[in-house]
Design a binder for this molecule. Structure first.
Ligand code: AMP
Ligand code: ZN
Length: 112
């Protein structure tokens, strides 16, 4: 289920352009528009939910699927030397888009 006003749902529907790296029926991976590392990708589920606290069986299955797929996608994106996954949750983490997303950061040695 997609949300009418959500920016990532608009990307999924193709209403906003994105630099797609991987897509299938369950998930989409595209380049972050303001990269925080040499390689900065965003992996999103193709159903809209905001937070991990809203997890249910279907959502956890998609997230599990994404976590299994991400190593393949990272490898194909040249992140053979490692990468970092980040899931911001809420205001203190600086979450700005409330459609659950996994940041994939790499392409260089990352400061903690
Ligand atoms: P967060 O702060 O965890 O909510 O991350 C949201 C991320 O989405 C930020 O890193 C933004 O740079 C990124 N972002 C926002 N709009 C777009 C867009 N249209 N295309 C690609 N990335 C975007
Ligand atoms: Zn959404």
């Amino acid at each position: 289920m997609l949300d009418k006003d959500c920016i990532f749902c608009k990307i999924i529907r193709g209403e906003i352009p994105s630099s797609k790296v991987y897509e299938d029926d369950k998930m989409l991976v595209f380049k972050d528009i303001e990269p925080k590392a040499k390689v900065h990708l965003l992996a999103i589920p193709k159903n809209h939910f905001k937070l991990l606290s809203e997890m249910d069986k279907e959502r956890s299955e998609i997230l599990n699927y994404m976590l299994k797929k991400i190593p393949e996608i990272a490898n194909e994106s040249g992140l053979k030397n490692g990468y970092r996954l980040v899931i911001n949750q809420g205001d203190d983490a600086g979450q700005t888009v409330f459609h659950l997303h996994v940041h994939i950061l790499g392409g260089e040695t990352l400061d903690w």
